[in-house]
Design a protein around this ligand. Structure first.
Ligand code: PLP
Length: 492
């Protein structure tokens, strides 16, 4: 049976019969260029010479001669019985940089960006994968290895098989109703959020929620309060939309509302993580919660409550959501599945006051129409059949144990050098450095040893906080935690 060769797409292959350069050289030049620019990818199969010559309208000997040269220089390889392929040996980097270089050579396209585009080009935000995903003590990650992948893949496969035709077309921007219903049931009970499924908009994680919210609720030059130290992803979303961020200090009661009022009384937005402040881990006190609600109400400001990891509480007095206390529709509540499922799922949700649903839907539709359907169907089922609650229960026990393991080894090997407070919630703790003033330097040295421990000062905008490290514990085994602490002991 003849092997099928996928359609070949070549660019700039202009063969000129009247040129002084022989046809086989022209063909060689064109194919080589297509390999270098990545149009022809490593491992791609080339058509048989007869088929190729018909395709290109040249003689078979022209094709054979060009192929011979490419073969001898290692651009292509022949495999007996199966055909000719683009070589895998060519360094990918060379291929891609060559194509990028060619396209950028003429002039700097960045000079032609819009004002907003120029603003975005300067935003500090991660665009690359986390290579150290499972390396102690990378914060912000759940125990990805302990996720019940077998159950999840069974559900996803079933959803793929059973998906109905209407669910394969364009769906509702607001998201799949059974998923919104499942989320509403969960957060009403677990977080005392006051909501109906109609107020829940499914998004691609909290980051998209922040971007949409910033665009809808504030104009360029408006002000947003942001916790200092705080979550830099939120700062990026505001700054990228032209919103000025005013850092507001955080103390043991959470964001200092009095300081915020003093610095920018007329801010449009206050971004906070009241359940478990990122990165310090404090819980916002009830008086502060009432104070910020009062300020927002008196100033027609919006509070963005980012409840990113509150499912994991290990003790203390669990305070319900700020949204649940709000009587005046001033709170936009953001939730994510990145910490309870896994970040690559890219599923989160926004709970908005009923009067804002329509505008949020238009913004969501403008941005990406709606989230991918299969994952929404699968997650709705995962929640509805109890797997979600079971996973949270299991992880809560595991993470609590891992936090205690971290404290145990820190006390054993870093006594007097690093002080770890037990944390009532979340996936990370702060290790305060007792005799090292420069946490960034410590963090750099740790990285050289293969330990990821971001400096607390790296999350600071104007605040001066004691020297400390953000230490994730949720995804790491006892042996990884022990090794990480022993390595840290070498530099502390
Ligand atoms: C404070 C905070 N909010 C939200 C998120 C999660 O964002 P996403 O839902 O976009 O994955 C993170 C992730 O690290 C975070 O630290």
């Amino acid at each position: 049976m003849a092997k099928h060769t996928p359609e070949l797409i070549l660019t700039g292959l202009e063969l000129d019969k009247n040129s002084k350069r022989p046809m086989y050289w022209q063909l060689y030049d064109g194919l080589r260029q297509n390999i270098l620019t990545g149009m022809l990818r490593a491992g791609q199969r080339l058509p048989a010479s007869r088929e190729f010559s018909t395709m290109l309208g040249v003689s078979r000997s022209t094709v054979l001669l060009a192929m011979d040269h490419l073969l001898s220089e290692g651009y292509i390889i022949g495999k007996t019985g199966s055909g000719t392929f683009i070589s895998n040996e060519l360094p990918e980097k060379f291929l891609y940089t060559s194509s990028i270089k060619n396209s950028n050579e003429s002039h700097d396209l960045n000079a032609e960006l819009s004002k907003r585009g120029k603003q975005i080009s300067k935003i500090e935000i991660s665009t690359t994968p986390m290579p150290e995903a499972i390396r102690a003590f990378q914060p912000g990650l759940p125990a990805i290895r302990e996720f019940p992948h077998n159950i999840w893949s069974r559900i996803v496969t079933r959803c793929l098989r059973m998906i109905s035709t209407p669910n394969l077309g364009y769906g509702e921007s607001i998201g799949y109703f059974p998923l919104r219903e499942a989320i509403a049931n969960h957060i009403r009970v677990a977080r005392a959020v006051k909501c109906e499924p109609e107020q829940i908009i499914i998004v691609n994680g909290s980051q998209q929620a922040l971007d949409l919210t910033a665009r809808i609720l504030a104009d360029p030059e408006d002000i947003a309060w942001i916790e200092d130290p705080g979550y830099l992803g939120a700062k990026a979303a505001f700054s990228g939309n032209g919103i000025k961020t005013i850092p507001v200090p955080v103390d043991h009661e959470g964001l200092n509302v009095t300081a915020g009022k003093k610095a920018a009384p007329k801010a449009r937005i206050a971004y906070i993580t009241p359940s478990h402040q990122y990165p310090l881990g404090v819980t916002m006190s009830l008086p502060r919660r009432l104070q910020i609600l009062d300020w927002a109400n008196n100033n027609n400001a919006w509070i963005l409550e980012d409840d990113y990891d509150s499912e994991y509480r290990y003790g203390g007095n669990p305070l319900s959501s700020l949204q649940g206390l709000d009587e005046n529709n001033r709170v936009i509540y953001l939730g994510t599945f990145s910490k309870v499922m896994f970040p690559a799922l890219r599923l989160g949700y926004i709970v908005v006051p009923p009067g804002l649903v329509e505008v949020f839907l238009r913004a969501k539709s403008m941005s990406d129409r709606h989230n991918a359907m299969i994952e929404q169907l699968a997650l709705a089922e995962f929640i509805a059949n109890g797997d979600f609650a079971r996973h949270i229960r299991k992880m809560r026990i595991l993470y609590h144990e891992r936090q205690q393991t971290l404290i145990f080894y820190a006390q054993k090997h870093l006594k007097g050098a690093l002080h770890l407070d037990p944390s009532n919630a979340g996936l990370h703790s702060v290790g305060w450095l007792t005799n090292q003033k420069n946490d960034k330097l410590v963090s750099e040295k740790a990285r050289e040893l293969g330990v990821i421990a971001p400096a607390i000062s790296a999350y600071c905008m104007a605040a001066k906080v004691p020297s400390g490290l953000s230490l994730g514990y949720a995804p790491f085994t006892e042996s990884e935690i022990k090794t990480g602490i022993e390595l840290l002991a070498n530099i502390l």
